[in-house]
Design a protein around this ligand. Structure first.
Ligand code: NIG
Ligand code: FE
Length: 421
């Protein structure tokens, strides 16, 4: 006798399964929009796992028992929990003062070169206690959860010395243990050269590779990231550092082609990076090179709220990336400088408006492809039996309303690991 379901959502107007594409690589091209939607459907959970998904007509009544909690979601959309695949979760203070400067016309790189930007957050982060950083991270995680984020990547990168960078990783891990959103830590010690290494970026990277990376376990901190940009690290230095990280067993990520076209995305894809992030200056021809070098597995993580917030006109040409065969994901890039927003729905909407994604493509980009971008595709990103029961009940009856209600949070209920929160 199969066990009765523990939790059953029934009569959903639409179930966005995100299922139906290839299972061995992220979605791109037509697959990005051809995943399955079930009209008038159900999702059944057994403990922390999805047990069955289908149209109401196929629901096995024999698996409904007295212990089954039944939730009628008539007139609502069910979908997988959102996967937020690029955040700088842990930092001290904020940069509301610099926002004023930006509004008066100063550029992001000018503010950084004057000792502000990332470096001003580094000063505040170094001065904060572990407990202060933890409380701030928990506050932000709570905000993400209300937007329906059930898995979230969290980068270090505001310590820029060995000790503080390790503290930031530990705070992210502790924050993951203290609340239900799953946290996947990434090491971004190579955000910009630490202030003690001004003008000596290669020496700073050597220090990280020799003193810090060996102290991290790739099983617990799966990715190493670097910011490849003018004022941060060159393509050549980034390549050497990422190669060393790869030798130590880490997966690779890069912030590249954010403000200039340097070739960082192609370089990282050639090293097998799991994602290349920002890509606003990546051309369609460059995207085809990334798709080829990454063998269809390197995901371009697009961050549409960043050019919006930095008052830049240039947005990654997402539509052309998809046509070039490059898998895309979307994220907020939540951080105190270039995007202090946790509203991944708004990122999805701006991606439709400014990057040419269709609503279906954008939904795949905040679920299954975002899961691929952080190596979590086996456990989340779609509603399929065997995956973790992370799902959302939305206030709307049709997915086409999701990019339409600009700035709104459509989340009615969040389920993480089979727990209705
Ligand atoms: O992803 N581009 C580099 N790093 C962050 C911004 C960090 C900051 O300004 O504090 C980003 O946009
Ligand atoms: Fe970032």
């Amino acid at each position: 006798m199969p066990q009765p379901y523990s939790l059953l959502f029934c009569h959903a107007a639409q179930v966005l399964t995100l299922a139906g594409g290839p299972s061995d690589k992220p979605l791109t091209g037509a697959d990005l929009s051809e995943w399955r939607i079930i009209e008038h459907g159900y999702v059944a959970c057994l403990g922390d796992t999805i047990a069955a998904v289908g149209p109401m007509g196929e629901l096995d009544a024999g698996r409904i028992g007295p212990e089954t909690r039944i939730v009628d979601v008539s007139g609502r959309v069910l979908m997988p929990g959102l996967v937020e695949c690029h955040t700088h979760l842990v930092f001290g203070g904020n940069r509301a003062d610099e926002f004023q400067r930006k509004l008066q016309g100063e550029s992001y790189l000018d503010i950084l070169a004057s000792g502000g930007g990332i470096l001003s957050t580094v000063r505040k982060t170094r001065a904060a206690t572990d407990e202060e950083l933890l409380q701030s991270a928990l506050h932000h995680l709570e905000g993400f959860r209300r937007y329906g984020i059930t898995t979230l990547e969290a980068k270090s990168g505001y310590g820029l010395d060995a000790e503080t960078e390790l503290r930031l990783v530990h705070v992210a891990q502790e924050a993951g243990r203290r609340q239900p959103v799953r946290v996947v830590p990434t090491f971004l010690g190579a955000h910009v050269p630490g202030p003690e290494y001004k003008g000596r970026p290669a020496e700073y990277l050597d220090m990280l590779a020799a003193d810090v990376l060996p102290q991290l376990d790739p099983a617990a901190v799966p990715f190493v990231d670097i910011f490849c940009e003018e004022g941060a690290f060159s393509v050549a230095d980034s390549r050497r550092y990422l190669q060393r990280a790869r030798e130590l067993g880490f997966g690779l990520k890069i912030h590249a082609e954010q403000l200039h076209e340097l070739g960082g995305c192609q370089m990282a894809a050639g090293l097998g990076a799991v994602s290349v992030d920002h890509c606003d200056y990546l051309t369609p021809a460059g995207a085809a090179e990334v798709a080829a070098a990454g063998q269809g597995r390197t995901v371009a993580v697009l961050l549409p709220l960043v050019p919006l917030y930095l008052r830049q006109e240039k947005y990654a040409p997402g539509r052309q990336f998809i046509e070039a065969g490059l898998p895309v994901a979307l994220s907020t890039d939540f951080n105190p400088g270039s995007c202090p927003s946790k509203n991944l729905w708004l990122a999805l909407q701006v991606a439709c408006l400014k990057m040419g994604l269709t609503p279906r493509e954008a939904l795949a980009a905040v679920t299954l492809n975002a899961a691929w971008a952080i190596g979590q595709q086996a456990s989340c990103g779609s509603l399929e039996p065997g995956k973790r029961a992370d799902l959302l009940v939305l206030h709307v009856p049709d997915y086409r309303e999701l990019p339409y209600w600009l700035g709104e949070n459509p989340v009615a209920q969040v389920v993480i690991g089979g727990e209705l929160l």
